[in-house]
Design a protein around this ligand. Structure first.
Ligand SMILES: [Zn+2]
Length: 483
């Protein structure tokens, strides 16, 4: 018996504003010293008044616009009443009836559209730290602007959910509205899952604590399996919240939902309502004009403009630094290249970027921005390759040297003595020597054994310490072996 999974996501993101959502305390998720970034407002002292951080609202509106959502004309904050030790006010300022954005969407690579019900803004809570029998509270996080995005239950597989979360992170980083770091809890994902056999939706189970994309994928897979087994044995699914245990790789029950909570939402009386339609600060057309290229647009452009392979396109789309490096280097090359060489040069540059440069960065465990190589120097190296001034082996050595100690490619080529030998007179002498010293392979080749030629080319390269141009070596060897 098969059951169809219906999955929805709720994603929380801390925004990277300078200050908190309703006060001037610094918004620093990295602060390790507890209770440093606090003030009477976010500590809920009596008589204090919150003020709205407009920067946070603009960041949410930009995301809403990029995702093609409807921006609310009017909106307001509400109090969500509940008690918890990490919530100093006894309520959280949030939005319920009038989210900033409604009806947005995001397309998966398959073309499937995932509808986004709402995006709203609220304040984060403090953090509880359990140690032994004690529980400590750190309020540094209390009041940090927290965006919540709720999708429609449009996902049918764990892969779709994972792809959505990854794509959202890429968008959020492109917009520079959040670091979206999942490990640090800046981006938090929750999944709702139910199974059904017909049009009627099954009982919903919520999974929390998904702190990585892998966890999103694995937890959904686990839950679909768990629920399938329960239903297949004729039992009922319990409506509950479960947590993901990363070590055991399973979901565990956290609390059973008897009925939905009554948070007694009501408008926050200490904050003015937002008139997004009239307030110049939130000029929608101006915000729209500031939007960057979406990842989807970037993919199309990179394919059309440079004809790159998909794997490299994904790397570039996910990392704006590598993308800008690549585009700067290519633009440098295009200024120099003859029209008929442009395509090949782009391919050459992209190959060296992908296999060599990214490989080296990975090996040395350094981020791309820390590389001691400028796009101009990278372009210069590619030019030397095209002009046959160095071999591809030499180019690799130069790249490594620059990454280790910096410097100019032409200088390093001199320093390492890598200038390629294309001087045929000199190479002729070497080739003659190689044939003389390797009589057997030379005879083999004459008898029609093609592999023998490869060996002789190898010997020629060895004699010149890799500086001979292989094509010239081959040409000369063939010439002398035939005569
Ligand atoms: Zn504060």
């Amino acid at each position: 018996m098969t059951y169809k999974p219906t999955i929805g996501l709720e994603i929380h993101l801390e925004l990277n504003t300078r200050s908190k959502m309703f006060c001037d305390s610094p918004n620093e998720p990295e602060e390790r010293h507890p209770n440093l970034n606090v003030c009477p407002v976010c500590m809920a002292h009596p008589g204090t008044l919150p003020t709205i951080n407009k920067e946070a609202i603009k960041k949410v509106l930009k995301l809403g616009l990029l995702l093609g959502g409807e921006i609310a004309k009017h909106s307001y904050f509400e109090r969500k009443n509940y008690f918890y030790p990490d919530l100093p006010k006894g309520y959280q300022i949030s939005q319920y009836h009038s989210p900033l954005v409604k009806n947005a969407s995001l397309n998966l690579k398959s073309g499937k559209k995932i509808k986004i019900q709402r995006i709203h803004l609220e304040e984060d809570t403090g953090r509880l730290i359990h140690s032994g029998k004690e529980t400590l509270v750190d309020f540094n996080r209390a009041g940090i602007p927290l965006m919540e995005l709720v999708t429609e239950p449009d996902f049918e597989s764990s892969q779709e959910a994972k792809e959505f979360a990854e794509e959202l992170r890429t968008i959020v980083k492109t917009l520079n509205i959040s670091s979206a770091d999942m490990e640090k809890g800046v981006m938090r994902v929750e999944a709702n899952i139910s199974l059904s056999q017909n049009a009627k939706l099954g009982t919903k189970v919520e999974i929390k604590n998904l702190n990585s994309f892998k966890a999103v994928e694995r937890a959904i897979e686990y839950e679909v399996e768990r629920q399938t087994e329960i239903l297949a044995s004729g039992k009922k699914i319990v409506q509950e919240t479960r947590g993901w245990d990363d070590i055991e790789e399973k979901t565990v029950s956290q609390r059973i939902k008897e009925e939905s909570h009554d948070y007694r939402y009501f408008p926050e009386p200490d904050l003015p309502a937002l008139n997004l339609e009239k307030d110049e600060e939130f000029n929608i057309e101006k915000l729209r004009a500031e939007l960057p290229e979406t990842p989807e647009q970037k993919r199309k452009r990179l394919k059309n403009q440079y004809n790159l392979e998909e794997e490299l396109i994904e790397i570039l789309v996910k990392d704006p630094q590598i993308l800008s490096f690549f585009e700067n280097a290519v633009s440098e090359l295009m200024e120099w290249a003859k029209p008929e060489d442009k395509k090949n040069l782009t391919t050459l540059a992209s190959n060296y970027l992908k296999t060599d440069l990214l490989g080296l960065a990975n090996e040395k465990q350094i981020s791309f921005s820390e590389l001691l190589l400028t796009p101009e120097n990278f372009a210069e190296l590619i030019k030397m390759l095209v002009k046959n001034e160095i071999t591809s082996r030499g180019a690799k050595d130069v790249l490594r040297k620059i990454i280790e100690q910096g410097g100019d490619p032409s200088q390093i080529v001199e320093e390492l003595g890598l200038k390629q030998i294309t001087d045929e007179d000199y190479l002729e002498t070497v080739v003659k020597e190689v044939i003389r010293d390797n009589q057997k392979p030379a005879e083999d080749y004459k008898k029609g054994k093609q592999e023998a030629l490869q060996f002789l080319i190898g010997q020629t390269m060895k004699q010149t310490r890799g500086k001979a141009k292989p094509e010239v070596a081959r040409k000369l060897l063939e010439k002398f072996l035939k005569s």
